[in-house]
Write a protein that binds this ligand. Sequence first.
Ligand SMILES: [Zn+2]
Length: 272
Amino acid sequence: MLRRHAIASLLATGAWAGGIDRFFEGAHGAAVLVDRKTRRLLGAHAPASAGGSAAPPGSTLKPLVLNALLERGRLRAGDGFPCAGDLRLEGRRFDCSHPPLPAPVTVRTAIAYSCNCFVAHCASRFRTGELASLMERWGLASRTNWFGEREGAGRVWNAPSELQSLGEDGVLVTPASLAMAYCRLLPRAAPAVLAGMADAVSFGTAQRAQVSGLNVAGKTGSVRTPAGAYLAWFAGFTDGAVVTVMLQARSGGADAAPIAGRILEAHWKGRL
Ligand SMILES: [Zn+2]
């Protein structure tokens, strides 16, 4: 096995990451693939960005946020909320993009369909500053050490909890720090959170991450950076691996999810 400094130097020269590069086909972005159990880095695309570009994570935060509320007893998996579809926060629109749902939204369906209204409603249950300190504990603002000395970090600061819970304010992550946060989430995730991420790929926002014969689960995100650029995210996993994909594109579901699916398929087939 390569020592960490050897991996870092190979990444710096671009000599090692080639396995994942082929799935980007000219698209601009970054990706991290990690062994789910050992948390060892298995591969990366654009390592300088994967370990260094900090950006708003959007809805990829929803599983982490809802799991934290479940753990604290401030939300139950069966609690339902009628989604009206439209949401305004701080003068900006964050309307849900899912079709009208016949039943009240729960944790599971909120993740499957990326319901902004449900998550913002529940996030008001965090105390001031609580969500920021949780995000630091999840490692979103920390270096992972997968990319050596030059790796950058995310950033967390206090912001209105509704916007922060949607990954729109108060938090910037790197593809690496988001992957690490998912590695930490999975062993403690509530059944409804795991089921929601599986549903997202089966019939929700992340269907294009599907791989025939492989159980893929995860969460999409679609955001605009403070500079106005569009970013598409997917954070997901199989039994064996965790992957994050960040892309300069508009839709996590349409643009980032298919790349993540192909990366997870290649890992499953022993090609990464
Ligand atoms: Zn909704």
